[in-house]
Design a protein around this ligand. Structure first.
Ligand code: GLA
Length: 561
């Protein structure tokens, strides 16, 4: 296959996974790797403007030429044998078969030496499968200058027994890297690799000569952002964070109940003690981001303890069985208290030197009409709340705040956080609740998520005035206010057409925040650049996919003047 054809193939694959990325992940930031069914039809009509013009393909094989010289096993004592086989193939006629694996860590590796330079970004695309039902783990391993082995998990496929096309895994190795490889392991059956390529991503250096957002607002409020572990693999994303958003980090997903509550450990504890009121937790998923925040001394917002979404069903069920009966209110209250207690205790024990300055105790509990959510399991009925299912109303909110006040570390302020927080019914419910909690001394502030829509400008929702009215109301309550997840979309795939309207809108929102700077302690953006946003097609952030400041960046700076 000639190089041009190959580039087109890569473009198609990248396009498909862009579609999948936008449609499959509504609740998180960038995933840094996307899997789509290898049998899926290829659709070139993405509409998304992604230019790979300057992308260089550094390495490609579908093994049809029989060359496996870039592959080896991880170490000399790994018994895996590697051979090209015609037995099975997804594209072309052949694939690489890694057989004779004895342990989960045995397997084939792609050697990066001579391929990847330090501090540059690369994109890995691979079609891979495991013979039995086990998933394949894909990770980057390299030796650092001290001879230490560093491992970064990149992706885990779904179940084995079929091909998985995993695309857009961003890989970069640091300055002190000596030798590195991409490892394929997990399970113990044969692993097959078919199509694999490594592309150099166009460099997206940040603009160092512009003002720094957090510097500009340093006397007013903290400016920060949300990141996920995969963001940390991109050198330029990290540079952008360190220049503009170094006052606050929100862990995009990994401090949510789904990631923290640990089923295996909870079941083991239950089996050993007969006690199913002490759910067990783990902060393993959040570790990369927390380690990073600690290394740079960046304060962290804890997001979020109690939510109807991204929370495992088993947490609410007898014996932690997702198919079991709902527990009683008494048992749930005991679980809630023990969970919040162990959450804060463990966090502060593991990271005594991180300033956990804010915590979203409860997220999204009120509806736009000012009522609690529908009772149920949100994995079955969209938007339903298992909390309401158990308590019959929103009384769990006060319990959560009471426990959070009891166990949160000193200096960690407690927030109620919500979206559409400018709509009357919801706003009134929040105000009424917060006034009551304020009198009881169990709340410190309101988190306004602020997922806004500029649309074409004139039809923005909310309008800047509507948003300002909500801000005025919350700020007049004598509680702190934080803008916790700011982003403002323009029409999908509209290029730069509405960037000026977006700039004008951001200016209005930020001018209102600046006016209330005495009551606002933080303005947090939900992501760093448009391409990594959960609403990527609406280009809602201040930096574009090349990390260039958009008109909205400059208007935000101007709003301060
Ligand atoms: C809500 C949540 C966030 C995040 C966003 C979407 O606003 O509070 O944690 O999941 O949705 O990314």
């Amino acid at each position: 296959m000639n190089k041009k054809l190959l580039l087109i193939l890569c473009l198609i694959i990248c396009s498909v996974c862009m579609i999948t990325a936008c449609s499959s992940d509504s609740s998180s930031g960038s995933q840094g790797g996307v899997e789509f069914a290898a049998d899926e039809d290829v659709n070139e009509e993405t509409g998304k403007q992604v230019s790979y013009d300057s992308t260089e393909i550094l390495f490609y094989t579908n093994f049809d030429d029989g060359d496996i010289s870039r592959f080896s096993t991880r170490s000399a004592d790994d018994p895996t044998s590697l051979a090209v086989t015609e037995e099975i193939s997804k594209s072309g006629k052949k694939s690489l078969c890694a057989s004779g694996r004895k342990s989960e860590k045995d397997g084939p590796v792609l050697k990066l030496d001579g391929l990847c330079e330090a501090n540059k970004e690369y994109c890995l695309n691979v079609t891979v499968m495991q013979k039995d039902k086990s998933p394949v783990n894909i990770s980057l391993e390299y030796t650092d200058s001290n001879g230490g082995l560093q491992t970064q998990p990149l992706f885990t496929t779904k179940e084995g027994g079929r091909w998985h096309s995993v695309t857009q895994l961003v890989v970069s190795v640091p300055e002190d890297y000596q030798s590195g490889y991409i490892c394929f392991d997990g399970g113990t059956s044969d692993i097959y690799i078919d199509f694999i390529n490594v592309m150099a991503l166009p460099s997206a250096d940040i603009e160092f000569d512009i003002e720094s957002l957090c510097e500009v607002f340093k006397d007013d409020f903290k400016v920060g952002t949300a990141i996920t572990p995969s963001d940390l693999r991109s050198v330029s994303t990290v540079a952008l964070l360190e220049k503009h958003f170094n006052q606050s980090i929100t862990v995009g997903n990994e401090l949510k109940p789904d990631y923290v509550l640990n089923l295996d450990a909870s079941l083991a504890y239950f089996k050993e003690t007969g006690d199913d009121e002490h759910p067990q937790i783990s902060f393993e998923a959040a570790k990369p981001v927390l380690d990073y925040a600690r290394s740079l001394n960046i304060p962290v917002r804890v997001h979020t303890l109690v939510w109807h979404s991204q929370t495992p069903t088993w947490f609410f069920k007898e014996g932690y069985d997702p198919k079991g009966n709902w527990v009683s209110q008494e048992k749930m209250t005991a679980r809630l208290e023990n969970y919040i207690k162990v959450y804060f205790e463990t966090l502060t024990e593991l990271y005594p030197d991180i300033n956990f300055y804010a915590c979203d105790v409860v997220n999204e509990a009120w509806m736009e009409n000012g009522r609690p959510r529908q009772a149920g399991d949100c994995k079955v009925t969209d938007g339903a709340s298992a909390w309401v299912k158990i308590y019959g109303d929103n009384s769990f909110i006060e319990k959560a705040f009471t426990f959070a006040r009891k166990y949160a570390p000193e200096g960690c302020k407690l927030y109620y956080n919500d979206y559409n927080e400018y709509m009357d019914g919801k706003l009134n419910a929040i105000v009424e609740m917060a006034e009551d909690f304020k009198a009881k001394g169990i709340i410190d502030g309101i988190g306004m998520q602020s997922h806004l829509d500029v649309r074409k400008g004139t039809d923005a929702f909310p309008s800047v005035d509507m948003y300002k009215r909500a801000l005025d109301t919350y700020c007049s309550m004598g509680l702190d206010v934080q803008i916790t997840e700011l982003d403002a979309t323009v029409p999908n795939n509209s290029g730069e057409k509405y960037f000026e309207a977006q700039a004008e809108y951001y200016k209005g929102i930020m001018a209102a925040a600046y006016e209330h700077r005495d009551n606002i302690s933080a303005v947090i953006f939900w992501g760093l650049s448009d391409d990594k946003s959960w609403r990527a097609s609406g280009q809602p952030l201040l930096f574009d996919g090349n990390n260039k400041a958009k008109p909205a960046f400059y208007s935000v700076i101007e709003s301060r003047k």
